[in-house]
Design a binder for this molecule. Structure first.
Ligand SMILES: Cc1cc2nc3c(=O)[nH]c(=O)nc-3n(C[C@H](O)[C@H](O)[C@H](O)COP(=O)(O)OP(=O)(O)OC[C@H]3O[C@@H](n4cnc5c(N)ncnc54)[C@H](O)[C@@H]3O)c2cc1C
Length: 579
């Protein structure tokens, strides 16, 4: 094969240069790991969702706040599927992380008196603000100062195992095509999540690479059907974003095609500031009733509000201006808005230390399963910090494992195979096929077994007919080919798990409209059993946790209850029928 092989040995290999990975790398060094290598397929600190985040820090517990109350609230928002010890750990440690980020140079906005400036956002708790991508720039620099070796433009594809333990990882340089082999005592995956390459800044690099690599190596994935943020919502006709928290926090209002402020019906308390799951499900219900397009109206913002948005969201501001939606410093018309990029989180199951089911493999941030409460910047940071510490300690207790030469050759062959095909299927065709299968609002946002099964059938067709023919012209296309293949695995895991869970909890099912606290306080699990993917479920240890649901029976999901009270649906014979 016409490529060089570059081999590196390290104590801890961190894969991913977002907030979780960078905190993990910093803490692994602090825990005594001599050589920490951090690899990113883009640039550490400049790629990934963290770098494009919308300038607000959520889930912060301020000094003096009642931690127990925040934990209880969060557990309830997590529909009792979160690991409650992990939620507590987050709120106990998040302020320390905030101060660390500030010391590194995140530049949190302050009031004239020097206090941290708080703002409203989605949900009840106040947020901190920071200017654009300053947070990740300063964090990446802090890691470099601590002698974390940052290797950019390198995509990790597969993990090595030796005697049941992870022995390192392999990938390739996406510019020159070098085969990159990392031998490591511990590997921490922090590759973010998967968004089916949707229309939003940076969603295109969220291709579930970590989920797929861990799955192939034999780690257990979990909760692939559940998500607190089943999708983002963005400007529909322009590639503009992010900023939802700021937009609604400052008073943005959603309108349907009739000009009605519909969120008042779905969430009379938080209204337009409802969480993403409520917003996207309400959008889907409006679509089901023929009341789209949806618009976000910010034309009433005062000059001071616009000034603040310009500081916190400089990039979206410029894009809105270029699109003619901001003129003379104000929004001139409501912006068409829509659900985009379903978030299929076939996350790696980890314990509170970030350890997966595979010895030597750790994971943190959005690459982990829903129950580890690791989405949004500050939870990813606290989880990254803890995982890095334990990965560093683990590395201190073992030697660098050998890599079996036959496994090395097999991985090399698999990675470069698409480059050798002279003819075949373009990665874009596979991605489009997957998007068409999973993105319709009535597949992921309003679910029914028939539609989930039809989507799964299409995904399996793509897996068997198109994946074996994936073709790449150069290392750049090779990246896209592997990303496309990973998305197929993610879609299969998510759809199979969604079909398996026979209730409404995060997702709303027409055919199982009840929240079932008797039968379904469970985490689904996905295992790689050779050629077959197996889904099972295990009980959430809810009785050992401090908080349990008050209603321990089956009850109609609140979203369906609202829809029924508004006359949109009837529930007959335990299924939903649209009016
Ligand atoms: C548009 C948008 C706006 C958001 N705004 C906010 C906000 O304002 N506040 C907030 O709290 N949260 C926000 N979030 C959520 C938050 O950004 C994420 O929860 C968080 O950044 C996830 O961090 P992470 O480290 O797990 O993943 P990421 O930041 O996505 O990092 C993953 C990294 O892994 C790399 N990678 C992926 N695959 C590979 C591979 N195979 N090999 C090597 N490297 C790989 C990627 O290039 C990337 O750099 C936003 C999310 C989005 C998408």
């Amino acid at each position: 094969m016409a490529h060089r092989t570059i081999t590196k040995d390290c104590d801890v290999l961190v894969v991913g240069g977002g907030i979780a990975g960078t905190f993990a790398a910093i803490r692994a060094r602090a825990a005594g790991a001599g050589k920490v290598v951090q690899v990113d397929k883009g640039w550490v600190g400049k790629s990934g969702m963290s770098a494009f985040a919308a300038g607000v820090l959520t889930a912060v517990a301020f000094p003096g706040e009642d931690i127990a109350a925040r934990v209880k609230d969060t557990v309830e928002q997590g529909r009792f599927l979160y690991m409650q010890d992990r939620v507590r750990d987050h709120f106990e440690n998040v302020w320390e992380v905030v101060k660390e980020l500030d010391d590194f140079g995140a530049g949190f906005l302050r009031t004239k008196t020097g206090d941290y400036e708080k703002t409203a956002g989605r949900g009840k708790a106040p947020l901190l603000m920071f200017p654009g991508n300053k947070l990740m720039d300063s964090l990446a620099k802090a890691a470099a100062r601590r002698k974390v070796e940052q290797v950019n433009k390198t995509m990790i594809v597969d993990l090595f195992t030796n005697q049941g333990r992870v022995a390192g990882a392999a990938g390739f340089n996406i510019e020159n095509g070098d085969f990159c082999v990392f031998r490591a005592k511990a590997v921490a995956l922090a590759t973010g999540s998967s968004r089916y390459k949707g229309l939003a800044p940076n969603h295109r690099c969220c291709s579930g690479d970590g989920y797929a690599a861990a799955y192939r190596a034999g780690a257990v994935l979990s909760s692939a059907e559940s998500s607190e943020r089943p999708a983002q919502a963005f400007a529909a006709r322009w590639d503009i974003g992010p900023g939802m928290n700021m937009f609604v926090g400052q008073g943005g209002i959603f309108l349907n095609a009739r000009g009605e402020r519909f969120m008042e019906k779905y969430d009379p308390v938080l209204k337009d500031r409802a969480d993403l799951i409520s917003l996207t499900q309400a959008f889907a219900m409006e679509a089901r009733q023929g009341r789209t397009p949806i618009y976000l109206d910010m034309t009433h913002f005062a000059p001071e509000q616009m000034d603040k948005m310009k500081v916190v969201l400089p990039l979206p501001w410029r894009m809105f201006e270029r699109a003619g939606l901001i003129a003379g410093g104000r929004f001139v018309a409501p912006v068409e808005w829509m659900i985009t990029s379903p978030w299929a989180r076939s996350g790696i199951e980890v314990d509170i230390r970030g350890a997966s089911s595979l010895p030597g493999l750790f994971a943190c941030g959005e690459v982990t399963a829903l129950q580890s409460f690791s989405s949004e910047l500050s939870p990813c940071a606290t989880q990254g910090a803890l995982t890095g510490k334990y990965a560093g300690e683990y590395a201190g207790s073992c030697d660098i494992p050998d890599i079996d030469p036959a496994q090395l050759r097999a991985v090399e062959e698999r990675i470069f195979r698409p480059l050798e095909r002279k003819d075949g299927v373009e990665p874009g065709q596979v991605v489009l096929g997957i998007q068409e299968a999973v993105t319709p609002y009535d597949v992921w946002h309003i679910q029914h077994e028939t539609r989930l099964k039809a989507a799964l059938e299409r995904v399996l067709e793509i897996r068997s007919d198109e994946l074996p023919l994936l073709r790449a012209y150069d290392p750049h296309y090779l990246r896209m080919a592997h990303e496309a293949a990973n998305l197929v695995m993610v879609a299969e895991a998510s759809l199979r798990s969604a079909i398996f869970r026979k209730e409404s909890r995060f997702a709303i099912r027409e055919d199982f409209p009840y929240v079932d606290n008797q039968g379904w306080l469970k985490w689904t699990e996905v295992r790689n059993e050779g050629k077959a993917m197996r889904v099972t479920a295990r009980d959430v240890p809810i009785w050992g946790y401090p908080y349990q649901p008050e209603n321990r029976q089956r009850y109609l999901h609140p979203r369906w209850e609202t829809a029924a009270s508004l006359g949109m649906v009837r529930v007959e014979d335990e299924v939903v029928r649209w009016a």
